[in-house]
Design a protein. Sequence first.
Length: 352
Amino acid sequence: MDGQRDQEMNEEHSTTEDAVLRQALDQAEDALYVSEDGAFETVNQPLLALTGYQREELLGEPVTRVYHPDAVAERKRHAQFLDESEEDSVEWFCRFVSKSGTELPVRVEQTAVTTDDSTAIVGRVEDIRQESQQEQKLNILTRALRHNIRNQMNLVVGHAATLQEIEDPSYRTAAEKVEEVGKRVINLADKARKAHEHLDVPPEEDCRVELVEMSTLVVEKFGIKQPASRVTTEFPDRAPALAPPSVDVALMELMENAAVHHPSSSGPVTVRIERTPEKTAIHVEDECEPIPEEVVEIVDRGEEQPLRHNEGLGLWIARWITDIVNGDLTFARREDDIGNRVSLEFETLDSL
């Protein structure tokens, strides 16, 4: 009899706990769910409002019920990654489909919560429809701005070159200055294009890069662009790493910085790859004066300040690219103190 009473009390306590948990989840601003074995165990009110379902329509149903068909396989890969890796959370972008059939771009974060006898998944879902619309508008404005800057400045540079043919020294000097500034503005527009094109977060399976092969190709391209610069390389046989496919853009930016900031504007560059069981680093070394501390500080801190838009923009691009996979961009002086060493650091992989 006492055993039956204890069981009833435990069931009542469990029911009370569930009610408290559901109330707490419903009061949260984020859309949240708890799943076990791939099925909804708990869903909160913001998630129901987002998807248009009633609570009873989702509880016990597969989590994939709210996913777009094209996103189901991707979710499975992330769930497998969370199950097999040492990470306790994973985040990605995909699409949900509401009860009415509306496609919803979302950001999903899943966290594994392990108890004594089971593992539950806590999911947080962020509606990014407004963010996507805002991004689309900014993309259109950015492309239009870059296009007009480049076209108009090419005209300025062309006229400046013509003015330099005038015999009057004052005209030639002014024209040379105009051409120099025009080329800097064109270079700025080109770097803005690179940042815009290469900073999207790629699929996880694309972030497995053989850095020796990639670096070899970048060095070859750099030699074509900067034939006056001497490049020295020190590479191992292979160096697979967790790096974004745009790492080649970051490396090219660092090599160009190393060359053009030399007094000759085409200084020597050394590219080395070092590999440990944990980290793989690409070091780019120059023979230049120290990188200004304020530029390093701003890039390290990740905050833009007024009048710094064009200073170290190549370093910004390199930093943003490494951030995609939680890599590191580090700055140091060479051991012989004749130049700088800027390094891209990524997680080492055993194989691709």
